[in-house]
Design a protein around this ligand. Sequence first.
Ligand SMILES: *Cc1c(COP(=O)(O)O)cnc(C)c1O
Length: 365
Amino acid sequence: MTVYNFSAGPAVLPKPVLELAQKEMLDYRESGMSVMELSHRSSEFDEIIKSAESRLRELMAIPDNYKVLFLQGGASLQFSMIPLNLAQKKKKAYYVVGGSWGKKAYTEAVKLSKTIDFQPELLASSEDSVFNHIPTFDASTIDKDAAYVHLTTNNTIEGTTVYELPDTNGVPIVADMSSNILAVRYNVADFGLIYAGAQKNIGPAGVTIVIVREDLLNDEPVLSSMLDYRIQSDNDSLYNTPPTYGIYMARLVFDYVASLGGVDAMETRNVEKANLLYDFIDQSEFYSNPVSVKADRSICNIPFVTPTDELDKLFNKEALAHEFKNIKGHRSVGGMRASIYNAFPLEGVEALVAFMKAFEEKNKG
Ligand SMILES: *Cc1c(COP(=O)(O)O)cnc(C)c1O
């Protein structure tokens, strides 16, 4: 039986990318070395990181006045780096909390505000309704002089997405795009800063992409050089040893996405995959999707439940036996979650729907 990996991250990678990496594993392009063995200062690696950046620039149409950084520490370290770097002059920052990751970002900001002069403010939250929709707010309540408005474009755990960016009264938007970067088209110029852990739509865990508008880079040094966007940028992400193999894999994935037609083509495929599953769930009286506002539904992460916890448990057990890996919902929300990022094949969604149909027939009672 074919294995389908529904993991939310680290997630499935494109097979052709893994095959190419395998082919180049022992001898990277006649260097006689594996990519893992190359110096990060070598000409071979210089070509890898530069082409990774230029491919990403093409794919996302990143304007020239934005820097692209390849960092470490995951999306979670950005929860601290963003206020440390961006709130140097302007002290206020707003948080729109539409899911558990956004809440973590806000919680880290509050923690940091006890140590540095910085005022994070909760602008909107949908926590009261277990994050079942994207919260809205009135832009006129935003102080024009604030450093940024932070939001999460795709709430990985709850399965909601910001498709239309909100009016922020001219204040730059800082976005955690970890789970839908390269899966949904956004206009980079609408953001002050975008960040994403690689392990969902880009490559293996270990690389964090940061895309930041140059004028937002910090003027003063921050706490530590490793946490300093200006230093990372001045050193072209080579201030210290970067995650070289992860950057190489990201480059291969970028090439692969480009070969399929880029982000617009990925989005079209992702919509097709997601609709297949949503249409099935919507016509069923057995399954339901917890998102209350249809327009907010994610095309990357699709949570769903059966009528009871017992049946959810049984579903997860039987799905696993059926070689559907990692479809169990996040421990905080339960149920099931199908993460169907760029590399997840349409056939996997078709197989899931067939399995769901059969399970419903057997258990609808
Ligand atoms: C997975 C995820 C994170 C956490 O990423 P790490 O790289 O593990 O720190 C943060 N935000 C979102 C939206 C995510 O999906």
